[in-house]
Ligand binder design. Sequence first.
Ligand code: PLP
Length: 402
Amino acid sequence: MFDVAAFKQQFPLLGHYPELIYLDNAATTQKPRCVLDAERAYYETSNANVHRGAHRLAVAATEAYEGARDTVARFLNAASSDEIIFTRGATEALNLLANTVGMLLSPGDEIIVSTLEHHANLVPWQMLAERRQLSILPLGITASGEIDLAELATFLARPRARLLAISHASNAIGSIQDIQAICDMSRQHNCLTAVDGAQAVAHLPVDVQALGCDMYVFSGHKVYAPTGIGVAYIHNKLLQRIPPWQGGGEMIETVAFSGTRYATPPGHLEAGTPPIAQAVGLAAALTWLAQQDRAALLAHETALHQQLEDGLRAIPGVVIHGQAAHKLSLSALTFGHVHPYDVAQFLDAQQIAVRVGHHCAQPLQQALGITSSLRISLAAYNTADDVARCLAVLADTLDMLN
Ligand code: PLP
């Protein structure tokens, strides 16, 4: 039986603000004490630069950093740690993909981008398309807010479709895609798959080999780890073919005015001093998460989400956007003529933290016919009381504003 009170106690910020009801977990999660301790311990005992020092601290820092790469590889079940590239976050990881894998595409090639995508998995591909004379094919969604698989099949059959950019789970309406089936479809047409796992990793088990994706990215801070660290997984076959993107130290073998030889993968994709302490924090978070009963965490989140959406349906004037069969524990709401921003202000006054706006998914909101929504997103430290209180304050607020 999952003990939410014991789980919650591991998060110092939540102890610091006992009245806070934090329901903005899709934006960023709070951090467990062991992650904060790991970063601090790194700075107190192992801080040095990596890969080039001839002293013991540098060796310790390098071991910590490369050990973190091994931990991420195990977490994603990558075939090799070399397939893991550290970045500042999911956004930088997607820019890395567009600027490296994207360079394998030729003028006239097509990139399929789903309407569910966060701007981070659209704008870098648009920028690439402009530079390389590629086309973007916007992939539509069904009425329930899932990828339109019939349209995907049509797009994949086009001779120039080369790459599919798709999220494992939507940050704006929560739809979870059947990534394994989608990657299967893509592979049959020799189309590469870049999967944005920013929202999925904290909630769902991810096995990149089982999913069959070519690329998978996520941000540390959404999976109980620090900000400033992210990951791009790139399948080895693809990794060996792609050029570097940022130049500088660390990513080279030899440098001369007559020409520079790049480091072997994945080193050629990590220019400059990397986010070492953040990688250590990420490894601590993933190790800690792997020690939890993840099925129990997910069952707890799912039960809370059921409680939330049952309660929301009983409040007059609430519209829930996105009715996918498989959804993350998040709900996007509008309230008729009452603006979501006004509602969020009243919730904040009662110490209930939610997100409001376009959620970096403007094409999706255009498809839904809205310009803003209020998003409630749950994590495993949330409680049934959190949800009940949020529902009560929301009902009172709408009663007052209507
Ligand atoms: N992709 C998705 C689905 C997201 O939800 C986010 C952040 O909200 C990102 C990408 C970008 O992540 P970051 O801002 O950490 O780079």
